[in-house]
Design a protein around this ligand. Structure first.
Ligand code: FAD
Length: 414
């Protein structure tokens, strides 16, 4: 007989955890919800940490919901400032670092990720920081206000958004990237060059193909023998899943916590959503962790419904954006190793790039073309196969492809 669901525990009070709690109530769940978060704050969204919060020394932190005590209105018990450290899957109890214990009928792991550490700088004499939480953002913007000499390790999205804020704030900024170009993990080379030029125009310097080997109190030492003067190093070399709790349950966690399309882990009645979840991606053709705002929200909402009896599969293609200077770049699906079709003039700062593998559109990227992205996301999500010739034609209106897709969907339902 199906077990009655009276208690739901959410480990991790970030974006996915908060959206899941909200969705449970929106779906009519009347039992107890406890959300456990190791940060001392109510849930907040992280994109602001490398954008709005770095624009001025007193830019406020926006919580996911206002007022701050939204959880009380929703009837969610929020335990902040303590980590969920253990879980007894047989007795169905989660224990916290401060000695609390919380029974559950369903458990959601929404523990996100933490920054990958750069061992070469651990314990060294130089100021080193990462950018994952509100305290990190406040620390970094103090350095911007002080016009520090800043070295950023990692030419990915987070590092470059931080570089942008620091350069705009008048700091001397050097970015160290071990690859031969920026953003190599998710972007085609064309975009890497555009972004690098934009940064150079704002005074940012780059060192490519080098890694950090150590530090002095005033500089970062590189594998190519150079010493880069610095007051602060910000490391942005990716993240690793926060899987300690999942590990206590015996779940493999090296690449993330594996889930099926409904968000179920291999452990009975234990689900996972957000950055920590390792989920199948049709566009990539393999399971991936999706480290995006949209996934933290939408996957969490879908999984919450499944925790209380739903069976809806979550298959949204990954989508994220980055803002750097006057560039808004958005990416959907998978942009790596594909045939690219440019729409618009790639030498301009307003165009789109579509990634094709055979007849399948597996990804799309827009530069200052958010309206195109809205269409492209719908086409990718529907797994539509627009004609390549149409896409290559500069006059082709993407709305036509969306309409064809929608009509095909209606046909399928009839
Ligand atoms: C600086 C920055 C900028 C970003 N900008 C963008 C952007 O522009 N666009 C975009 O699409 N995405 C962006 N992202 C990514 C996006 O914010 C993440 O994908 C999203 O926050 C993931 O949500 P989550 O709830 O899965 O994880 P998190 O937000 O990491 O929340 C997980 C929470 O769980 C806590 N936790 C971990 N383990 C435990 C435990 N055992 N017990 C209790 N609590 C625990 C963590 O401390 C954290 O508070 C950005 C991320 C960062 C860091």
């Amino acid at each position: 007989m199906a077990r009655t669901i009276e208690n739901i525990v959410i480990a991790g009070a970030g974006q996915a955890g908060a959206r899941a709690a909200e969705a449970l109530r929106a779906r009519g769940f009347k039992g107890a919800i406890t959300m456990i978060g190791d940060e001392p704050h109510p849930p907040y969204e992280r994109p602001q940490l490398s954008k709005a919060m770095l624009q001025s020394p007193d830019a406020p932190l926006a919580y996911i919901k206002q007022p701050r005590d939204w959880n009380e209105t929703l009837g969610v018990r929020l335990e902040t400032g303590t980590a969920a450290v253990d879980c007894d899957a047989d007795r169905r109890i989660v224990s916290t670092a401060d000695g609390g214990s919380f029974p559950f009928d369903r458990l959601l792991l929404a523990t996100g990720t933490r920054p990958r550490r750069l061992a070469a700088l651990d314990g060294g004499p130089l100021n080193v920081q990462y950018l994952r939480n509100v305290e990190d953002a406040i620390r970094f913007r103090r350095h911007i206000a002080a016009r520090s000499r800043i070295v950023i390790v990692g030419g990915g999205v987070i590092g470059l958004e931080a570089a942008c804020a620091a350069a705009k704030g008048g700091c001397h900024v050097t970015v160290i990237e071990s690859e031969a170009r920026l953003l190599a993990r998710a972007f085609p080379a064309l975009i890497s060059d555009l972004v690098a030029d934009k940064h150079r125009n704002h005074g940012v310097e780059f060192v490519f193909g080098a890694t950090v080997t150590g530090s002095t109190s005033q500089s970062v030492q590189l594998s190519n023998g150079k010493d880069i003067p610095a007051d602060l190093v910000l490391v942005g070399i990716g993240v690793v899943p926060s899987g300690d709790l999942a590990g206590r349950l015996g779940l493999p966690t090296a690449d993330g916590i594996a889930v099926d399309a409904c968000g179920r882990t291999a452990a009975s009645d234990i689900f996972c959503a957000g950055d920590a979840a390792l989920q199948w991606s049709r566009c990539h053709g393999r399971p991936i962790r999706v480290e995006t705002w949209a996934n933290a929200q939408n996957q969490a909402i879908a999984v919450a419904a499944n925790m209380i009896g739903g069976t809806s599969e979550y298959n949204d293609p990954p989508w994220f954006w980055t803002d750097q200077y006057d560039l808004n770049i958005q990416v959907a699906g998978d942009m790596r190793e594909a045939d690219y079709i440019a729409r618009g003039d790639p030498t301009s700062e307003k165009f789109s790039v579509i990634a094709m593998r055979g007849t399948e559109m597996v990804g799309a990227l827009t530069v200052n073309a958010a309206k195109d992205m809205a269409m492209l996301r719908r086409i990718i999500a529907a797994n539509a196969k627009p004609q390549r010739g149409d896409l290559e034609s500069p006059g082709y209106d993407l709305r036509a492809a969306v309409e064809i897709t929608m009509k095909a969907g209606e046909g399928d339902r009839q």
